[in-house]
Unconditional design. Structure first.
Length: 603
């Protein structure tokens, strides 16, 4: 084992350098093993009951940290060398053997040249497994090799070379692996064709590079494909985060309890849709200011299925924010401090002020981020858990970090939003992304792009871009959390923009101070004005096919996109027209700028 000391930010140990990730460190290609390899005494436990309640049984542990210079006994994470096959940059010798120099492990060849990791590895198309390409086996396969006995029976394991051919251009055809024992050579262009490894008889070993052979309980029958070790598809992390807040019950749950406790509720259930049911349901509905349909749903026992962990977490957060907005100055202390503001006396464009139901200055918030597992090749591949140890089923360990920060919360008026999104042109515009999400294999993991989600998500991006100028924080350090779902029992319509740091006990207040309505309203107007004209217009505003998998409409880097680490959906499901209007579409805030400009001209 070779000890290489390299500092990582705490957040990087979840992603992009988390369990299963392939990373380059000081000329080495390394892979992070699962949490069963961690030294638990150096990995402190993190408490977040809300997150664990959704993940199930287990424990959240933070990777070890240290301050100052790393020493021999400093707590650290273990990384495995992967791929094991390397070639010498001086003599081009290809091998997976590691030599020693003066009793220490060395990353240099016998000739003194530096050993460089091979560019390609093998990934399982469905099982999310990874392994080395068996270069000696691969170099002695192929159509020509099958007809030559000297090639088929070659045992010159130390005579393999990785070479570049002159006069073949810069593509894979110019790279070859050649055996100087039998003289057979193969171009890397033969490696990347469809089912190339399968045709050569190279099969998936059914495990991760750090797992022993004894860990394989059953063979993996899925095909392998060769891919560059740095390809983004080699590691698709499934991360989940939760705000550490007092868990508040959603309003629908409280009303359901009141309905069940009503003196006539048992008669309603006993009548079971009989002639008196309508009358009784009407009495109960009038008393609690709900619809008779809501009463019947409670009587029938219809409860929303909590099949989406993130939506379930957001429901509790939404209820907690609404509770905070009912007050004003928050003096409770703790890790969730929010000052609520009403816009009743705030000056500004009437259209904008009427559509914002409340603002929260999030003075302190604690966020816990955990890694559930990862996939390889595609989002449809099998999920590999972050803990592959013997206790993974009973009590798994999830890598997690806690972040402390500040933010701004915006709640939008539900009636205004529902009235706007019921417009046929708005529904038709959002339906474009609805269809593309349904047609894409992996896009169902994204939020449902109903009109309110697209509009609030785009507005969040516009505000992040503007806040980066005014708050003192870089755009990449700002995060978003969108609460926009009309299918839940408690409809949500809000935005949280926050910044959090895991390397300090909080942040500096540059963002939360801008949450005061008299400062926030001008910022929103400026954000809308920034996006009114894009540098790529008229191409951008007239487009409905932008972004990854064409999951953006009128949105590009010139107007709406932010750092992908800041966005919940990786810069997808965005459209300026549903915010500002355009063509035949009415934007949610389409008359704000015209009102501002009209007042300015009069002034």
């Amino acid at each position: 084992m070779e000890k290489i000391r390299h500092d990582l930010r705490l957040s990087e140990t979840i992603t992009p350098f988390g369990v299963g990730a392939i990373v380059d460190v000081r000329g080495e290609s390394l892979i992070a093993p699962d949490t069963s390899w961690w030294d638990k005494k150096y990995a402190p436990e993190i408490s977040c009951e809300r997150l664990l309640a959704r993940l199930g049984a287990g424990v959240l542990r933070q990777p070890p940290t240290h301050a100052g210079h790393g020493g021999v006994k400093t707590a650290a994470l273990l990384y495995w060398r992967f791929p094991a096959w390397r070639f010498c940059e001086r003599c081009s010798k290809l091998s997976k053997l590691t030599g020693k120099k003066k009793g220490k492990w060395s990353n240099t060849c016998e000739c003194g040249g530096l050993l460089v990791p091979m560019r390609y590895i093998a990934i399982c198309e469905q099982g999310s497994h990874a392994q080395d390409v068996p270069w000696f086996m691969w170099a002695h396969r192929g159509r020509e090799a099958s007809q030559n006995e000297s090639v088929r029976f070659c045992r010159a394991y130390k005579e393999l070379r990785f070479e570049r051919l002159s006069g073949q251009g810069e593509g894979l055809a110019s790279l070859q692996v050649k055996c100087y024992g039998c003289g057979h050579a193969r171009s890397l262009a033969e490696l990347v064709t469809k089912d190339a490894l399968h045709r050569d008889g190279i099969h998936c070993v059914g495990r991760q590079p750090w797992e022993p052979e004894s860990s394989v309980k059953k063979p993996c029958n899925h095909h392998l494909m060769a891919t560059q070790r740095g390809a983004t598809g080699n590691y698709i992390a499934e991360r989940i985060s939760a705000l550490d807040i007092p868990e508040e019950r959603p309003r629908s749950a409280e009303i359901a309890d009141k309905i069940r406790g009503h003196v006539y509720f048992e008669k309603l259930v006993a009548d079971n849709g009989g002639p008196q049911a309508e009358v009784i349901a009407g009495w109960i509905a009038t008393e609690f200011d709900v619809t008779p349909e809501t009463v019947f749903e409670v009587a029938a026992g219809d409860e929303p299925a909590a099949d989406d962990v993130l939506l379930d977490l957001k429901d509790g957060e939404w209820a907690a924010f609404l509770k905070k907005l009912e007050g004003e100055r928050d003096s409770t202390g703790g890790d969730f401090v929010v000052d609520g503001w009403s816009l009743d006396t705030t000056s500004g464009p009437g259209v904008l002020v009427s559509r914002i139901a409340g603002v929260g200055q999030v003075r302190r918030v604690r966020e816990v981020r955990a890694l559930r597992g990862f996939r390889r090749h595609s989002a449809e591949a099998d999920l590999i858990a972050a803990d592959l140890g013997p206790d993974r089923r009973r009590f798994p360990t999830y890598p997690a970090t806690e972040m402390f920060g500040e933010g701004i919360f915006l709640r939008f008026d539900e009636d205004e939003l529902a009235r706007w999104e019921a417009h046929p042109d708005v529904q038709r515009r959002a339906g474009i992304l609805m269809k593309r999400r349904a047609d894409a294999q992996w896009a169902d993991r994204l939020d449902v792009p109903e009109p309110r989600y697209i509009a609030l998500h785009t507005l969040s991006h516009l505000l992040i871009r503007r806040l980066a100028f005014a708050s003192g924080y870089a755009s990449a350090s700002l995060q978003e959390r969108i609460y926009a779902n009309s299918d839940r029992k408690d409809k949500t319509a809000g935005i949280l923009i926050y910044t959090a740091a895991g390397d300090a006990q909080g942040t500096l207040g540059g963002l939360v101070r801008l949450g005061q309505p008299e400062k926030l309203i001008p910022l929103i107007v400026s954000a809308l004005d920034d996006a009114d004209v894009c540098s790529n217009d008229p191409v951008c505003i007239e487009s409905d096919r932008q972004g990854s998998s064409q999951l953006n409409l009128s949105a590009c880097h010139g107007c709406s996109l932010v750092s992908e680490t800041s966005c919940e959906t990786g810069n997808r499901l965005l459209d300026r027209q549903l915010v500002l209007g355009g063509g035949n579409v009415i934007g949610f805030l389409d008359t704000v700028l015209s009102e501002v400009r009209r007042v300015t001209v009069k002034g």
